[in-house]
Write a protein that binds this ligand. Sequence first.
Ligand code: PAF
Length: 275
Amino acid sequence: MRRASLEWNRRVRRVGFVPTMGALHRGHVSLIERARRENDVVVASIFVNPVQFGPTEDYAKYPRPLAKDAALCRKAGVDVLFLPSAKEMYPPEHDTWVTVERTSGPLCGEFRPGHFRGVATVVLKLFNLVQPTRAYFGLKDYQQVRVVQRMAADLNLPVKIVPCPTVREADGLALSSRNAYLSPDERRAAARVPAALRAAEQVIKSSSGVSVERVRAAAKAELVRIPGAKVQYIEVVDPETLAPLRRVRGEALVALAVYVGKTRLIDNIVVKRRT
Ligand code: PAF
């Protein structure tokens, strides 16, 4: 990987990079297609990163349909598919970690200790190997995008982070590799998650300075009606810093995590109030 990236650098090639954990869907394809349009070379990686999973999380059962993923990458225009092994990425002596402190704290960070440390560490390692000009991340994982942007700015990384819109199913459910865990009944229930974000949006847009409690209550009222759903969090925060808000005056990020059965789903919306 390093030999190829050094050669592209020497020939002043723009390298677009899409890091993934595989089990690719249309959301990933949209990142690859954008990378294809904006660069000379497109690299995708598939690496199910063990250090971003908690001890009781789904690392072992995370789907790994490699042949299907490789075909999809080829069709979408990937030039190089990088498949490092866990042994190469984390040899026993590995002892360096990247912590993006404040940005990793709230939202998912509160419920998945160590998750963003694992993400930031692997993303920095992948950036060092691939040396991309631009790297593409989906906004469904909004906090991840902010963590990676913060890391890139703070560590002066020579890469442009490109946040890309969430891709949704026809019924509104945000695409995620973990949707594959849902049973047909759970899948139908999960389609009702975005309604919670729309309810929050409506409240925010109804008047200036609305309290965060009212916004959360509106979203929660939708989620509790979903059979088999268990809310982990609904938060309303500053979209830049992820700091909590008390009232919404300008822009707000409404982010939530909810279990449908045993599957944890996340979704979010950035609401801009017209002033
Ligand atoms: O979003 C993902 O798939 C992963 O968190 C990433 C960015 C590939 C790091 O493992």
